[in-house]
Design a binder for this molecule. Structure first.
Ligand code: ADP
Ligand code: MN
Ligand code: MN
Ligand code: MN
Length: 337
């Protein structure tokens, strides 16, 4: 008998920023398809998802990945959360995206999400920063190389390796503007796939960092002052944006987005006002602007897209702690309707 360790992963009920939770189920394997996996339950009173006197919540597997840490036939299982009576739990934003993405399947929406994050020591100080004072001001850290520029590359490399072994579609990684800040990109993929994979990549990053005694922060502004914040730029296209004449479709999408700015900001991550100040390659949270190659705009139309006359747009507003299910929902809902 081939016993499989299945790590059931879900998103809890904390507000305004949800957290990852997981627990292990031992199954007879190997498991080839998510449909073979049983539903499971958990104590929702310990995750802000239920009251103590009626605490059972339901976990329903929705996608599976190879477990690159345990290896073998072991798997990581992304789950949606339901109430005991089978209705969608209010913390389950994936269920709404599932319905919307089916409705607009013919648009063939693609997303590429850039996840920025910061390593911290257990005491909350950015990883590798001096005990007293600060490292040299920002300038040479972005995509830097060398011991004085780079903080934590071994962890980043290990994370990239396990993501690829899990079968995630990472498109790249880079060191960011603030020392100890990094980025990985997921996609382009459809809305459910990119969101599931972004959450699984977050889970793997936290899991790998446990072995290094390092904390992963996705706070939008971990260090106050003249240090860059952390975002989750969301690159978006529809089939018609990617085809000849797509630039016109992209501009029309930007006009639609301009009318829903507050609605989008409301689901683009908490404490984002600390990051979207108009400094450090951001547009103020109070303004909406779009432009070609403009990293100070809310929406950037990449140079390649402007030159080709088709391609994609980059929404620079989402913060690092956003929920991709909610961000993808908002973009499809505004642009495709
Ligand atoms: P930046 O120059 O903003 O740092 P990155 O290279 O970090 O850009 O991220 C760009 C992301 O956009 C990648 O994940 C890439 O796969 C994705 N992407 C590329 N083409 C498209 C497209 N047509 N639609 C959606 N996303 C795309
Ligand atoms: Mn990037
Ligand atoms: Mn970046
Ligand atoms: Mn970007």
């Amino acid at each position: 008998m081939d016993l499989v360790k299945a790590e059931y992963i879900w998103i809890d009920g904390y507000h305004p920023t949800q957290n990852l939770r997981s627990k292990t189920k031992i199954l007879n394997g190997p498991v080839a398809d998510v449909k073979e996996l049983p539903d499971w339950g958990f104590d929702g009173s310990s995750t802000l998802q239920a009251d103590g006197n009626d605490s059972d919540c339901l976990l329903r597997p929705v996608s599976i990945f190879k477990d690159p840490i345990r290896g073998g036939n072991n798997i990581l299982v992304m789950c949606e959360v339901f109430n005991a009576d089978g209705t969608v739990h209010k913390s389950n934003h994936r269920a709404h995206l599932r319905e919307l993405s089916e409705k607009f399947a013919s648009e063939e929406c693609w997303f590429g999400i850039e996840q920025e994050y910061t390593f911290l020591d257990l005491d909350g100080k950015p990883y590798g920063w001096p005990e007293n004072g600060y490292p040299a001001p920002q300038g040479k850290y972005y995509c830097g190389v060398g011991s004085e520029q780079v903080y934590g590359r071994d962890i980043v490399e290990e994370h990239l390796e396990v993501c690829l072994r899990a079968g995630l579609s990472l498109s790249g990684i880079n060191a960011e503007v603030m020392p100890a800040q990094w980025e990985y990109q997921v996609g382009p993929l459809g809305p459910l796939d990119v969101s599931d994979q972004l959450w699984i990549a977050r889970w793997l990053l936290r899991r790998v960092s446990e072995d290094w005694g390092v904390v992963v922060s996705i706070e939008p502004k971990p260090m106050k002052g003249d240090w860059n914040g952390a975002g989750a730029h969301t690159n978006f296209s529809t089939k018609s944006m990617r085809e000849k004449g797509g630039l016109k479709v992209i501009e029309a999408a930007c006009e639609k987005l301009s009318k829903k700015h507050e609605e989008h900001i409301a689901v683009y991550g908490s404490s984002n006002e600390e990051r979207l100040t108009g400094l450090h390659e951001t547009c103020s949270i109070k303004d909406f602007r779009y432009g070609v190659s403009d990293r100070g705009a809310s929406i950037r139309i990449p140079m390649g897209t402007a030159n080709d006359g088709c391609g994609y747009l980059e929404d620079r507003r989402p913060s690092a702690n956003m929920d991709p299910y909610e961000v993808c929902f908002a973009l499809i809902n505004t642009i495709c309707n």
